[in-house]
Design a binder for this molecule. Structure first.
Ligand SMILES: Cc1ncc(COP(=O)(O)O)c(C=O)c1O
Length: 404
């Protein structure tokens, strides 16, 4: 009999964490690991920004390591407000921003603040695996709308109309997306905002990848709800300024909800990591972010191109969209899995053990992801990406020769 809460007993360990741990374990054992798992930035944070930060810390260590008010560093909140205006033409005040311990906490606090146990939450299937666990831990009723390959992983607006505000009090989704990398279509985004407004439902919009767009543009859903009446936006500093281990993110939303979120944040960890708040502030205020993105985006784009071409060539029977944003290839490899008589979880575990090539199974992102793989294309260089795919091809050939 488990001694932990009922809430946790019903929550199995997500294979997401198992496979990420597997990649680390193989590497510690001395294997050359081809790690396509975590959405890690492929290049370190800006050297200039780091040097500036270290100089500031040396000058005044006390200031950089003390507690500060729960809502977060005022200078950083100002800088985020200016940044949103610069990139998206968004007009919000620094008072509408709460700095969080990563985008993941932003999602958690928003969901906890807006929904009660038993409320319905609409999750697009497939979606970031944390959404499903979050909804389960909070005792929410999960409603889904499918995102199909044929529709470039956009949800059907009719499904949104059927569920949002009727069966679900909120919709939680990301654009650019994880795991599918799709950017939401403007008309779908508009429908979501209109339905939410009409039925007084919430939109929790996750923009962790908003700067990683290679073709086209990020969809600023806020422009359809400029007063942020029904919209809460959750952002992250993990991907764009490349500090995932720094654990820093932010939320902005309606003025009446922010104090409630601050109340919650006070319980969950008091305040987001203070040295990282200063670091992010310097990054934004000194122009390091813009410069860093200018350097990094072409590198990611090249890796995306190489990964896409190599995958298409080596696995011609897979269905795959060329990602226009984010960090992931999301191929449907169902034909290969059927031939090998393996499901996606079995395949990724066996591939990791046999070739030290580690990817994530699509099914951990929802039922609709079953038969797919999530492959991060930004973390390794072009040669490693190709070598990893070749080893996967080798593995499939070995398996197929055994089953035929
Ligand atoms: C869609 C999405 N949202 C949020 C996060 C969480 O990011 P953070 O590191 O800021 O907690 C991730 C992390 O990969 C993500 O993929």
């Amino acid at each position: 009999m488990s001694r932990v809460s009922r809430r946790l007993r019903s929550l199995p360990l997500n294979p997401h964490r198992i496979l990420i741990a597997k990649a680390h374990e193989l590497s510690r054992k001395g294997f050359k690991v081809y790690d396509f798992t975590a959405g890690q930035p492929g290049l370190p944070p800006s050297k200039e920004a780091l040097e500036y930060f270290l100089e500031m810390v040396r000058k005044d260590p006390f200031k950089h390591f003390r507690y500060m008010p729960t809502q977060g560093l005022a200078e950083l909140r100002e800088a985020v407000a200016q940044d949103l205006n610069k990139y998206g033409g968004i007009n919000i005040s620094a008072n509408q921003i709460l700095i969080t311990t990563g985008g993941a906490e932003a999602l958690y606090l928003s969901t906890l603040a807006l929904l009660d146990e038993g409320d319905g939450i609409l999750i697009l299937d497939p979606s970031y695996s944390v959404y499903w666990d979050l909804a389960k831990v909070l005792g929410l009723r999960i409603e889904t709308c499918r995102q199909s390959f044929e529709n470039e992983f956009n949800p059907d607006p009719e499904c949104i109309k059927e569920k949002l505000g009727v069966k679900a009090r909120a919709v939680l989704f990301a654009s650019p997306d994880n795991p599918t990398s799709r950017v939401i279509k403007e008309d779908v985004a508009k429908t979501i905002v209109e339905v939410a407004r009409e039925r007084r439902a919430w939109i929790i919009y996750d923009v962790a990848y908003k700067h990683l767009v290679y073709e086209g543009e990020h969809v600023w859903i806020e422009k359809y709800d400029p007063a942020l009446e029904n919209t809460i936006v959750c952002g992250s500093f993990s991907k764009d300024i490349a500090i995932p281990g720094g654990r820093l993110g932010y939320i902005y939303g309606p003025m009446d909800v922010i104090p409630e979120l601050v109340k919650l944040k006070g319980i969950f960890g008091i305040v987001a990591p203070v040295p990282m708040q200063w670091f992010a502030y310097y990054y934004l205020a000194q122009g390091f972010k813009e410069k860093y993105l200018r350097e990094v985006l072409p590198v990611y784009k090249r890796r995306r191109d190489v990964a896409y071409e190599a995958f298409k060539k080596l696995f011609p029977e897979a269905r795959l969209h060329k990602p226009r944003a984010s960090m992931y290839l999301f191929p449907d490899v169902g034909t290969y899995l059927n031939d090998m008589k393996l499901n996606d979880v079995e395949f990724t575990l066996k591939l990791a053990e046999s070739k030290a090539v580690v990817m994530l199974p699509g099914s951990i992102f929802g039922e609709a992801g079953s038969g797919y793989l999530r492959i991060t294309f930004v973390t390794m260089n072009e040669n490693e990406i190709i070598e990893g795919f070749k080893l996967m091809r080798e593995f499939i050939d070995e398996k197929q020769s055994k089953t035929t």
